[in-house]
Design a protein around this ligand. Sequence first.
Ligand code: ACO
Length: 435
Amino acid sequence: MKNNVLTITDGRTDKTYSLPIDHGTIRAMDLRQIKEDAEDFGLMTYDPAFMNTASCRSSITYIDGDKGILRYRGYPIEELAEKCTFLEVAYLILNGELPTETQLQEWVYEVKHHTMLHETTKKFLEGFRHDAHPMGMLVSTVAALSTVYPEARNVLDPANRKLQIVRLIGKVPTIAAYTYRHSLGLPYIYPDNDLAYTANFMNMLWKMLEPKYLANPVLARALSILFILHADHELNCSTNAMRAVGSSQADPYLSVAAAAAGLSGPLHGGANEQVLKMLDAIGTKENIPGYIEQVKAGKLKLMGFGHRVYKNYDPRARIIKWTADQVFQVTGRNTKLDIALALEKIALEDEYFIKRKLYPNVDFYSGIIYQAMGFKPDMFTVLFAIPRTVGWLSHWDELMGDAEQKIARPRQVYTGSAERHLPAGKPTIGVTVSA
Ligand code: ACO
């Protein structure tokens, strides 16, 4: 009969321990009983970069990296991308079930009625230099909302959490659009509640003097699909930041700002901007083999390739390629797509990439679409942050309701000096504390 127990013999003491196995894990705290002697602290695990550590139980997103599977609350990403709106998926991620028609109407109404920013927040944005990076503006402005909603600190009250969640999902696109308008020196455009989530975002980005801005429906739907694909991805770097900061009971505005800061790095959400820079640097198809050689020599990274979890084709990249075709029928083909396709083909046939299971990730094609739609590359990561706010908040809400969780506080392996002392002649400044 199957015995869900791990038996460990400590070679230092010859003692044997039985540790229960649950969901393919052992509890790290069960290792603490394994000691050399009574003085010993007990055994720990050492796992830099969390390569093999589960830090929570979560029922939000399921990924099978080997099979290239991604599901939100059990639903395959392909079905959600084909048949749902972004706010429908946001409701699903946050609440665990798809909304009924009435629930959806109420949810959309609520989000739409939290899209405006306090006028002082607009003034706050005005203080940034014209060339400030939009991610820096987004992170700081989301953090600044903490000062506008001080009651958000009451994080243990589920109803209060729900209000802040709706506020953030409503306001993040407005902040994102204002960072864009600010960098172009254009006046801010108020939200238009007649419009759907992505169409309203496009209105706040691109409305000029026309009385009403109506986004191209194909582009608005494409953006909605891209938002669905980016809404959650379980415990990536930014979601881990959200959970770590949230575990101190910081308010959700400060925690989302921390998560967005995590997203901004080029190894995470910042990769989409880097892909465009890389394609620009490559320039023509003829330069691809030389570029690949430099990657293989360890001098460069192929941005938009590789993933900590997916060791098979990222299912989001496949949907994005399909979306790109729809977008290019409206905008005309982005010439960078040809370089990207040629680069992908060569990389997928090369032993270096095959051996390391490196495939295009979600960011490889998203930037090409965003550029064709009219976004500047420094906005790409902001476009990632808008939908991922849903995932961050969903994880935060799950964390707050999880009785097993406490403040996140990893252990370290100390490798510094043993105790040592300042020179005997060094004079005291103020109080004497040592004997
Ligand atoms: N180009 C070239 N080589 C790569 C790449 C890449 N993009 N990614 C990984 N490798 C190589 C590594 O050099 C390493 O080779 P080695 O075994 O000879 O040392 C091997 O593949 C394993 O890579 P790791 O760095 O150990 O993988 P890790 O899981 O730590 O990193 C990451 C994952 C950060 C995504 C990495 O693949 C990367 O830097 N990719 C480029 C940036 C990127 O596209 N990020 C977006 C990720 S998706 C997202 O966050 C939305």
